[in-house]
Design a protein around this ligand. Sequence first.
Ligand code: FES
Length: 82
Amino acid sequence: MSSVKLIGNASGKEFILGLEKRDSKLSLLEYLCHKEIPIAYSCYGEGICNKCLVRINSKEQLSCQIFMKNLSDGDIIEISYL
Ligand code: FES
C-alpha cells in the first residue's frame, strides 16, 4: 500500500499514513481531521486563513487546497507546531 510520512517538527513524532482510494477526494486537511491528527484551521478550506499551512516535500502548501489523490507514495508532510 502507498503511504506518506507525517512529521511533527515540534514533537519529533512521525506518523505513516496510508493512501487509500476511498480518501482520494478528501483534502489533506479533511483527512487529518478525520484521523484526529491536530491541524490548525479557521476558515475550513476557504483558503483564506493560511493556518493550515504544511510543508510537503519541503514546499509550503495549504493543506485545505491539497487533495489526497495528489499525494504520492513516499511524500513527506511536515507540520511545524505538531
Ligand atoms: S483552512 Fe484556512 S487556508 Fe486552509
